[in-house]
Design a binder for this molecule. Structure first.
Ligand code: NAD
Length: 501
């Protein structure tokens, strides 16, 4: 390993930090597990030297907290600190194996309403190897909803279920955030990826809200792609994208792909932004096998910290740190994860890398684009528009039940117990209609969705009629698992049809 001193570095201006303790912005800091303490120490050293004026409140998260039996992995006192400072700089943690533990990240994001996960993924070619030298994508991922509610049930011997929730306000504030972000940072296009050709109601809502919000930003180009082709194009031609906004699961996967093809997951930082509180972190984990060797790349956490400085109105320090970091990368001073003898000039550890960045504070990159954040900007604020509620009407009930009986026999039992107000209109298995007019080839499990609607075509039903129906089904020995109301909203069906219906 070469020491930084041996490298012909860039000239660095002497930095005069006039940190005024009275103006110091309080932030909550967690050192995390594995490489967390090493990269946090390096990050704090760099940003303090770069002029960040911070008052740190340290809290415990991760392994030690989990070991105390606190299943969320964050000490209870930390919540008060987070409410007080409203800013969280967090190192990665090691998630314990086995059941009974909750994801700390998901808990923090959801508890504090951190709805937008913003992850810039630029490439640093030719200084960090990448197949996509022109890439400069920002992923804005929804952070609280979708399949991440953790609402899962085992329903039958054969079947488990995870509930996917997409909400209008959740989608709207995220999508507005993406457009506001694009406007503030001079981006020209916002792309949206969903799978609404299949999930017409949930992803369909996200897409519809995207189109509505996009119409309010005519100066920005907007486009929607089905997520599979969107992901393929991103992996192949990332230069074609600018800002991409996605629901939670697609965003989780695609943001890692984007960071990796830009150069390395070890170099991406992210901001988790809410209406009042925000959390900043590296996207990678605690790399336990690297811990203690002081070889980890602190860049991901450092770039998360730069986003934090911009967020708290210390953009000048953010620019100084970011530009010094770009210059360090450009000068070829690289940690082992990105070291490449064809472009690197020195292979350094965490501490020497931090020293190299500090030595370049005040310098700007020669080839890579320098940043220039506004010195005092307000965090991006978004409002969700209020809408008059739709006229909602109950028109039937999907009763899910467990049975091993053949579908014809099941249908006979259901029809016998339907009663005077509701009639059986359809049975589906795994979403595929199997009654009436099913075909023998359809593979069926022990989980049936049985759709009952008003006997009068297009008529409404009452909750009492539904309860009577469920009582009759239970009396007839039918093992129902759950009942899901079929509603219309201003006359439009709020439920999907069975495939084949
Ligand atoms: P990881 O990101 O920790 O490591 C993946 C690979 O990247 C490893 O080879 C590692 O050595 C390397 N790597 C990661 N960060 C690096 C850095 N800064 N410098 C150099 N190399 C780096 O992912 P993992 O191994 O799947 O997970 C390890 C632990 O981290 C698990 O317990 C996981 O649950 C946790 N995790 C935490 C977070 C978080 O706290 N935000 C995120 C992801 C994973």
């Amino acid at each position: 390993m070469t020491s930084v001193g041996a490298v012909t570095g860039a000239p660095s201006k002497e930095l005069k930090v006039t940190a005024d303790a009275a103006l110091a912005v309080p932030i909550t800091v967690a050192y995390g597990d594995g490489i967390g303490p090493e990269i946090m120490e390096a990050t704090l050293r760099i940003i303090t030297a770069g002029g960040a004026n911070l008052a740190l409140e340290e809290v415990s998260i991760g392994e030690t907290v989990y070991q105390q039996g606190i299943t969320a992995g964050i000490e209870p006192a930390a919540w008060n600190s987070l409410r007080r400072t409203k800013v969280f700089l967090k190192a990665p943690i090691t998630t314990p194996q086995g059941g009974g533990f909750k994801s700390l990240n998901v808990t923090v994001r959801k508890t504090l309403g951190l709805f937008a996960n913003v992850r810039p993924c630029p490439s640093y070619a030719p200084f960090v190897a990448t197949k996509h030298p022109g890439m400069d994508v920002v992923i804005v991922r929804e952070n609280e909803e979708d399949l991440y509610g953790g609402i899962e049930h085992r329903q039958t011997e054969d079947v488990t279920q995870c509930l996917k929730l997409i909400t209008r306000p959740g989608s709207e504030r995220l999508i507005r955030y993406a457009f506001e972000y694009a406007r503030r940072y001079g981006r020209s296009k916002v792309s949206c990826f969903t799978k609404d050709n299949i999930m017409k109601l949930t992803d369909g809502l996200f897409h519809r809200v995207f189109d509505e919000v996009a119409a309010e930003y005519p100066e920005l180009e907007s486009e929607h792609l089905i997520v599979d082709i969107g992901a393929a194009r991103l992996a192949d031609t990332p230069d074609a994208f600018d800002v991409i906004v996605l629901p939670n699961l697609y965003g989780d996967i695609i943001s890692d792909v984007a960071a990796q093809i830009a150069g390395s997951v070890g170099m991406a930082g992210s901001a988790n932004v809410g209406t009042g509180i925000a959390m900043f972190e590296a996207i990678h984990g605690s790399a336990p096998r690297l811990a203690g060797y002081h070889l980890a790349n602190p860049s991901g956490l450092l770039l998360g910290a730069v986003q934090m400085l911009v967020h708290i109105g210390q953009g000048e320090a953010g620019s100084r740190v970011h530009n010094a970091w770009l210059r360090t990368i450009e000068d070829g001073i690289h940690t082992p994860d990105i070291y490449d003898s064809s472009v690197s000039t020195a292979e350094v550890g965490t501490t020497d890398f931090a020293d190299a960045v500090i030595a370049r504070l005040g310098a700007v990159p020669n080839t890579l684009r320098a940043v220039n954040y506004p010195s005092h900007s307000e965090p991006i604020a978004v409002q969700v528009r209020s809408r008059p509620p739709a006229r909602k009407e109950l028109v039937g009930m999907d009763v899910f039940l467990e049975s091993r009986a053949p579908v014809a026999e099941l249908a006979k039992d259901l029809e016998a117990n339907a009663g005077p107000d509701l009639k059986l209109v359809m049975i589906s298995n795994r979403g595929q209609k199997v009654y009436p007019d099913g075909v023998p080839e359809t593979f069926c499990v022990d989980h049936w969705r049985c759709r009952f609607q008003a006997v009068q075509p297009g008529g409404s039903v009452t909750h009492t009629q539904v309860i009577d129906l469920l009582s009759r089904l239970a009396g007839g020995g039918l093992q129902f698992i759950k009942a899901e109301g079929l509603f219309t909203f201003d006359g439009h069906a709020g439920f999907s049809l069975g495939q084949g219906q």
